[in-house]
Design a protein around this ligand. Structure first.
Ligand SMILES: Nc1nc2c(c(=O)[nH]1)N[C@H]1C(S)=C(S)[C@@H](COP(=O)(O)OP(=O)(O)OC[C@H]3O[C@@H](n4cnc5c(=O)[nH]c(N)nc54)[C@H](O)[C@@H]3O)O[C@H]1N2
Ligand SMILES: Nc1nc2c(c(=O)[nH]1)N[C@H]1C(S)=C(S)[C@@H](COP(=O)(O)OP(=O)(O)OC[C@H]3O[C@@H](n4cnc5c(=O)[nH]c(N)nc54)[C@H](O)[C@@H]3O)O[C@H]1N2
Ligand code: SF4
Ligand SMILES: [Mo]
Length: 754
């Protein structure tokens, strides 16, 4: 396939492909009154000053940025020219941070809910009153049930300091969606197999071939990661994308494997079998560094090309093509480890298979492979150690979670939620939510709502109203990432220039917070004083907090300011030097194709494929992914981004659509296998770029909170249709792509043809 590649072209294709909007519709949209961005008059930024030291948090990639500030007003965001990561670029979301800061719907004051949870009526109160209530309520829970009576759900940089305080309080049950609905299996299965967690450190720019399983780079926008992918393409790397849908990445692929959803493990086993069979794997590496090679060979032998092709519903010749391509270019191949892995509830095994494929190709510590990049280190802030009557670790729903031996850190959220409903094995009666929108994030929404309704007290800290804020008793307004200090970001650049470099930056405010918004250190310290812990406060304010994090580096906020926000020093090449041996921090010191630890826990010791459930008659599987200009639900109310992509079009196969009498632009609702109907509707996008057995929508739309005047009821909330989960035995993480939907149009149910 010929590639016409420029970055602009790619991003354009990406957002159009991902928005699910054919070009004709883009034109049509312009005609239906969605205005273009106003042009910025020349000279607009003349009387502005540039403030450095910003770090983006419109998503968790955390690009470095600078702000153009006029008076006390932020008028533009740009990538920090000094950045060796994102450089001068920001993505659409990064640019639109301004619309978050000045969103008129934003939380401005502490508020008390004098209505019902889920249907709030807000009363503006003072910080003093708000914090007194929080302190009294949390203390009442501790007095009655112990600290294990409090649960904490958190996400994002601003939650780090609060988290340290809740550790000090002895809170046993905490959870972060970054593991339990996102990359928990990727981390744990990689750790179990390779002895390290590669994250997304894969050297795509220097690869000769890349394999992306699911991983929809281009809609999944992590800026420097997208750049690395593009760099790889520019350098001539051949791309294989495995996806049931013609994703933005598939649009750039040399081979698009339009796989049947949920069968990827079979595909990976099939690739390995072919390579073993033909003797085209990396024999030297595999023999020297892998444990269980013979057993793996025997184990995958059943996955002949024919059987794999039938199971994955793909042409047999593609399996041969992909296997030959990867083997021919090994070890300089990027077998992308993936990020989001909570798919079907058989995902730990899939990631294990991915790691095994990487291993038999020897695709690590070398150009193109997974690389172990060395970052600078920085410190932590701890509250003093306290002896609690009950050990928080033992109290962390211990008897329940022991079932999941390969679980990531934290308590599996759905178990916490069950406990909040049942009171077993002990009551959890207060909830602290800091920077996570669990209504949209955790599957089985009705269970979340039941658990929330059952609390004695709920405290939520957020920057804007979202679906979770409707459930708060006390709602606290935080200063946004552009208005506070809170985080040290470390990274490297190893492959975009000739010399590897390391960088470090600390988030600094570009402007002061308006209204009564406060930073997390202030909020927690004031809460701690009211709970009688004033004397143990480790840092007095946010500047002290960040300076403490920086301490071991010898840097300070003041020094970083002088360096335009970024400290850069020479780094180390992540490639093995000649004669250097790779090390694997597993039990055996080798890559564990065969895992005794897994066998000991009664799990398959070799990566094993389990079939997922099939759609019932009249339904198709609902699959989901990212919208390139939105981050989950958190940008739903961003006026600029909502103008670009206001809702999440429903991708449906064009032939199926024809049989159903559906056409582009039709407005439809979805109904799932349990009779759950979407609250709001969206538009149909018909395309040959999706299989007939699934429908696709981007995650994060269909906001329920009327206080979000821009995003309210725009598009469909995928999560409300996730009424079924498949909890995986290894990790306790739930797969959500086992929900099936059909279409409702004008009140009539339309079955999906087989
Ligand atoms: N713009 C934007 N970018 C983001 C984010 C965001 O909110 N907005 N979030 C970031 C975060 S936290 C994460 S975790 C990542 C997630 O991004 P990824 O890690 O890339 O997520 P995946 O779930 O692997 O990929 C979704 C793709 O999987 C395909 N798919 C569905 N079912 C199957 C299947 O059975 N097999 C295969 N092979 N493919 C399947 C879908 O069609 C879709 O294209 O994105 C990150 N980047
Ligand atoms: N159905 C379904 N569920 C999913 C996914 C999916 O694709 N489909 N994806 C999963 C993945 S990969 C992930 S990573 C998780 C993400 O899960 P979440 O992190 O819960 O998702 P967000 O929508 O980003 O919600 C973050 C919340 O923090 C608030 N917030 C933003 N900035 C700040 C701040 O500076 N301070 C405070 N205090 N709050 C802030 C936002 O307004 C929002 O309410 O979702 C997971 N759940
Ligand atoms: S990728 Fe975009 S949203 Fe994410 S940190 Fe970078 S600029 Fe911000
Ligand atoms: Mo994620």
């Amino acid at each position: 396939m010929a590639i016409n590649l420029t970055r602009r072209n790619f991003l354009k294709t990406a957002s159009i492909a991902a928005a699910g909007i054919p070009l004709s519709k883009v034109v049509a949209r312009a005609e239906t009154g969605i205005a273009k961005a106003p042009l910025i008059p020349p000279g607009s930024f003349k009387d502005t000053k540039t403030v450095t030291g910003g770090i983006c948090e419109m998503c968790f990639w955390r690009c470095q940025l600078v702000g153009k500030v006029r008076g006390d007003r932020l008028v533009k965001l740009e990538g920090n020219p000094k950045s060796i990561d994102n450089g001068q670029n920001l993505c659409a979301r990064g640019n639109s941070g301004i619309k978050l800061v000045y969103d008129p719907d934003r939380l401005k004051y502490p508020m008390k809910n004098i209505g019902k949870r889920g249907a709030p009526k807000w009363q503006k109160i003072s910080w003093d009153e708000a914090l007194n209530i929080c302190a009294d309520k949390l203390q009442a829970t501790i007095d009655k049930y112990g600290p294990k009576g409090i649960a904490v759900w958190y996400h994002g940089a601003s939650a780090h300091y609060p988290n340290a305080y809740f550790d000090y309080l002895g809170v046993a049950n905490k959870y972060e969606p970054a593991f339990y609905q996102c990359r928990g299996q990727t981390a744990m299965a990689m750790m179990q197999t390779l002895g390290f967690v590669p994250n997304e450190d894969v050297d795509m720019p220097n690869s000769k071939a890349m394999l992306l399983v699911g991983c929809h780079i281009g809609e999944n926008i992590h800026l420097s990661h997208v750049k690395n992918f593009l760099k790889g393409l520019e350098n001539g790397s051949k791309v294989v994308v495995v996806d049931p849908r013609f994703s933005a990445a598939a649009a750039k692929a040399h081979i698009w494997v339009q796989i049947k959803p949920g069968t990827d493990t079979a595909f990976l086993l099939g690739l390995m079998n072919y390579m073993f069979d033909k003797g085209i794997y990396n024999k030297t590496f595999a023999k020297k560094y892998c444990l269980g090679l013979k057993r793996l060979k025997k184990h995958v032998a059943e996955w002949t090309v024919e059987k794999t092709a039938a199971e994955c519903d793909i042409p047999a010749k593609q399996i041969v093509e992909v296997a030959e391509l990867l083997a021919k270019n090994a070890p300089n191949v990027s077998i992308h480890p993936g990020r989001h892995a909570a798919w079907y509830g058989n995902d730990f095994q899939r990631v294990r298979a991915n790691a095994c494929l990487t291993a038999i190709l020897g695709a690590m510590d070398c150009p193109g492979g997974i690389v172990r990049i060395k970052r600078m280190s920085s410190g932590h802030v701890h509250w003093p150690e306290v002896d609690h009557e009950e050990d928080p670790e033992e109290m962390a729903l211990a008897e329940v979670v022991e079932k999941y031996p390969f679980r990531p850190p934290g308590t599996p959220p759905e178990l916490m939620r069950d406990t909040m409903i049942s009171g077993k094995p002990y009551p959890i009666k207060s909830l602290v939510v800091w920077g996570t929108n669990s209504i949209k994030t955790m599957p089985r929404q009705e269970r979340t709502e039941k658990a929330l309704a059952n609390m004695d007290f709920i405290m939520v800290t957020d920057v804007t109203p979202t679906d979770i804020t409707m459930w708060a008793d006390i709602l606290l307004p935080e200063a946004s990432y552009l208005e506070r200090y809170d985080h040290v970001e470390k990274g490297t650049q190893w492959n975009q220039g000739d010399k590897p470099q390391q960088f470090l930056s600390a988030r600094m405010p570009l402007i002061d917070p308006m209204f009564e918004r406060k930073d997390p250190v202030w909020i927690i310290n004031e809460l701690a004083k009211r709970m009688g812990h004033g004397k143990d406060i480790p840092v007095r304010n946010q500047e002290e907090y960040v300076n403490h994090l920086l301490k071991e580096t010898g840097l300070t906020i003041a020094k970083l300011r002088k360096l335009d926000g970024i400290y850069i020093q020479p780094g180390e090449s992540p490639y093995l030097k000649k004669g250097e041996e790779p090390k694997f921090d597993t039990d055996s010191g080798k890559i564990e194709l065969y895992s005794e630890a897994m066998e000991d826990e009664d799990f398959p010791p070799l990566p094993t494929y389990t079939k997922t459930t099939e759609p019932p008659k009249g339904f198709a599987r609902m699959i989901y992914g990212r919208s390139p200009v939105h981050t989950f639900n958190r940008t739903a109310n961003n006026a600029w981004l909502a103008r670009e992509i206001p809702e999440n079009p429903l991708w449906i196969n064009d032939e199926s659509a024809k049989k159903m009498g559906l056409k582009d632009g039709d407005r439809v609702f979805l109904e799932n296998q349990d009779g759950k109907k979407s609250v709001s509707s969206t538009v149909v996008k018909t395309t040959p770029g999706i299989r007939k057995d699934c429908l696709f929508i981007a995650h994060g739309f269909g906001t329920f909170n009327p206080a979000m005047t821009v995003g309210y009821h725009k598009g469909i909330d995928d999560n409300s249709l996730n009424t079924k989960i498949n909890r995986e035995g290894e990790t306790g993480i739930s797969g959500m792509r086992i929900n099936f939907v059909r279409i409702v149009k004008d009140g009539k149910v339309i079955d999906i043809p087989a």
